[in-house]
Unconditional design. Structure first.
Length: 200
């Protein structure tokens, strides 16, 4: 089975300053994201060993949870890095903007809702703008930890990491300042590409 690998960032570590510091980006990418990659690979190796040895009981349950958590961390961060850009900020245009206006009333209403979802998380997790394939609508959900509390038939379009490692070195415990700053680097071109692909 192919192993997961840490993807390169599409920009230098200091590219998002002053909104996100180079120190945070480097630690976040090389330490935290790398740990999720390592954890996912370890879980897969142990699951393969459990299958080989016929140990498909409680061990597999724990390993399945480990895989979901670590693979969630890997996929979430891989998407998150692309959701950010040194040329980001502003507002979306085109079909994405139309969908946001349709489903949230206005960009400002969407921004307030998304920010509230991020700040309302208890503990660690993510704010997620996703495309719901059942209704064909945009929805905002809160993901707990790296994999919990999210509907299955949803394509994430925009994700905001609300784990403390994403902001604490720069913003300390003032999460609202981090959420306010992140809007300056959201990559709406990437979000629009994901929306167009999901809505086909």
């Amino acid at each position: 089975m192919q192993k997961y690998e840490l993807p390169d960032l599409p920009y230098p570590y200091d590219a998002l300053e002053p909104h996100i510091s180079a120190e945070i980006m480097e630690i976040h990418h090389t330490k935290h994201h790398q740990n999720y990659v390592n954890g996912a690979n370890t879980a897969l190796e142990k699951l393969a060993e459990a299958r080989k040895n016929g140990e498909l009981g409680p061990v597999v349950t724990g390993l399945s949870k480990d895989l979901a958590f670590n693979l969630g961390g890997h996929t979430n961060h891989s998407l998150f890095w692309k959701n950010l850009s040194p040329n980001g900020g502003g507002e979306p245009t085109g079909e994405l903007a139309e969908a946001i206006n349709r489903d949230f009333g206005s960009f400002e209403a969407f921004k307030e809702h998304f920010s509230a979802a991020a700040l309302g998380l208890q503990g660690s997790g993510w704010a997620v703008l996703g495309y719901d394939h059942i209704a064909g609508n945009l929805v905002i959900q809160q993901m707990t930890d790296q994999q919990g509390n999210l509907s299955v038939d949803l394509t994430p379009l925009l994700m905001l990491d609300m784990w403390e490692h994403a902001f604490y070195l720069q913003y300390k415990n003032v999460k609202a300042d981090y959420v306010k700053a992140i809007w300056n680097v959201f990559n709406w071109d990437e979000v629009a590409k994901r929306y167009e692909a999901a809505a086909k």
